[in-house]
Write a protein that binds this ligand. Structure first.
Ligand SMILES: [Zn+2]
Ligand SMILES: [Zn+2]
Length: 318
């Protein structure tokens, strides 16, 4: 038996008596060291993806059982998509777009907010000794931010805006600023921009900058108003990256997209190894983003805290 934070149609629950997962062949059993709550988890609790079971996909853990003994005792992070491993998508690009995939704590695979979780060994990456657990746990959202740089060319001379100064927006802005690119983070409230400025990035209220002045706008709010702001800011032939999953449906001015030939790019999961390297080198700052740490048994408080507006990262420990 183990502790776990689970979700079912009645909502989120702390369970002290949840069945410990059994690793399948090729999988490792991992003991949770620290987990991170992200907006996707809040959506899952609200019913997104209709998931039931253990919540959570952002984690750093310790391998306790594995056929391949070299992993035992190692600190790891892990890719959250579990592909079938046989289809054309899995064999060419990897599991992220496998039609039969499961996703840790989101689709069909028990998540990380428990004493133990399982993942295929192929998904694991060892955490360098000098990188603390509470930095390593940022690898998944940082990889998601890096995904943008795999999809589009961001020129050092581009004017870039990130709409939404939240947890993901803060990582995206840091990632896009790495090549000297001028990046501004836009939010609706002054207080929400404090951390951004503390990290040395430019910030402004969303209605501050001039319309149609940006080459690239990243939408990281997940709400309709944020999407409207993002479109307004783009120059003709600019690129809009949609980085947060919209829980509902959004109304968009499609004629603006056609007339101004706006390019829209959806963006989801990204590469873990470069994200770990950036965390290790200190090029991306995450310590400042941690706002609170809770025990699993106080999961309800942790989720309540994580859902307050403008809140930074909330971590969970067993
Ligand atoms: Zn996440
Ligand atoms: Zn597949």
């Amino acid at each position: 038996m183990m502790q776990a934070l689970t979700v079912d149609p009645s909502g989120m629950r702390y369970r002290a008596d949840y069945l410990r997962p059994l690793p399948l062949p090729g999988q490792a059993l991992i003991r949770l060291l620290v987990g991170g709550i992200c907006t996707t988890d809040l959506e899952v609790v609200k019913g997104y993806a209709g998931f039931q079971g253990v919540l959570g996909h952002e984690f750093a853990g310790l391998v306790v059982e594995c056929e391949d003994e070299q992993w035992i005792g190692r600190r790891v992070v892990g890719g959250i998509n579990l592909g079938c491993g046989r289809c054309a998508v899995c064999l060419s690009e990897g599991p992220e777009h496998c039609p039969d995939r499961t996703v840790l704590g989101i689709i069909g695979h028990e998540g990380a907010f428990a004493d133990y979780l399982t993942l295929p060994v192929a998904n694991l990456l060892a955490v360098p000794d000098e990188l603390p657990d509470e930095a390593a746990v940022f690898v998944e959202p940082l990889a998601a931010a890096l995904r943008i740089r795999e999809q589009i060319v961001v020129r050092p001379s581009d004017q870039v805006a990130v709409v939404g100064p939240g947890r993901l927006g803060t990582l995206i802005a840091q990632v896009l600023a790495l090549s000297g690119t001028q990046v501004i983070v836009l939010g609706r409230r002054r207080e929400s921009l404090e951390l951004i400025e503390q990290l040395g990035l430019a910030a402004d209220l969303v209605d501050g900058p001039v319309d149609r002045s940006f080459d690239l706008v990243v939408e990281a709010t997940g709400n309709e108003a944020g999407l409207a702001h993002s479109l307004r800011l783009l120059r003709p032939q600019g690129t809009l990256v949609l980085k947060s999953t919209f829980a509902g449906r959004a109304t968009v001015d499609l004629s603006r997209i056609v007339v101004d030939e706006i390019r829209i790019v959806g963006s989801r999961c990204g590469p873990f190894a470069p994200a770990l390297r950036l965390l290790g080198s200190g090029a991306i700052r995450v310590q400042e983003m941690i706002e609170g740490q809770y025990r699993l048994q106080d999961g309800a408080d942790a989720f309540e805290h994580a859902s307050r507006p403008g809140v930074r990262k909330i971590l969970l420990r067993p």
